[in-house]
Design a protein around this ligand. Sequence first.
Ligand SMILES: Cc1cc2nc3c(=O)[nH]c(=O)nc-3n(C[C@H](O)[C@H](O)[C@H](O)COP(=O)(O)O)c2cc1C
Length: 246
Amino acid sequence: MRGFGRPVRGSDRGSAPRPGFNLAERAESLYPVTMDSAVQSGSADEELFASIAATPIASVITDPRRPDNPIVAVNRAFCELTGYREEEIVGRNCRFLAGPDTEPEARALLRDAVRDGRPTLARMLNYRKDGSAFRNAVMIAPVFGPAGGIAYFIGSQMETGEGEVDLEARRREAAGRVAALTPRQRQVLAHMIAGYRNKQTAGFLGIDEKTVKMHRAALLTKLGIASSAEAIRIGVEAGLEISGAG
Ligand SMILES: Cc1cc2nc3c(=O)[nH]c(=O)nc-3n(C[C@H](O)[C@H](O)[C@H](O)COP(=O)(O)O)c2cc1C
């Protein structure tokens, strides 16, 4: 394992805020995250890692380029939800939350989505460190590297009730929020969900990267959230896809 364990806090990064990054910077002190020290400052990877620090929703980043797709970053909300400390989580496959009564179909759904490199949402029984079970609505989405292959998966975990009801309510709410975006913002969000970075999205949409970043910032504001990780979750819950995003 390459140098994990460097705690990344606002003070590590110098004081000059980067444009469009202020919210994440501010939230980071609330939800610190440990980042791979190989991640370059100011890079797209750094933004990805910062995005899970900037959300109050339990989130992880995994690296499918390493054996068994281990977790490489986790936020505080994930530790609070599961009862595990960060050092007990990083380096393991997310299946450590599964247990005797975890539904095999939900596991298969996630396994197939990882194999195919596509986003999905699965509801399953998971277990905290103290052995207590909880219903977990897991969202996963791929993130491409600059060369095209999948570099990471981003995942978020939400405790849900026993019935289907609140998941359906979240779906409806997410669909309403996505419908309120402009067509261009929906297209950009659909590309984020599919795992494309700003530069790749710019190429697909025939606009420049700066414009993609502008739409990205605007859609976060419109959704009332601070992090792209959360925007991806909302888009996946809403069932947004590139083909229907116009
Ligand atoms: C980003 C990401 C997040 C995941 N989160 C969870 C989770 O919270 N709970 C869980 O049981 N499985 C989770 N998984 C799924 C497992 O890692 C694994 O893919 C699944 O158990 C199927 O593989 P297996 O049959 O080899 O266990 C996640 C996968 C990824 C890629």
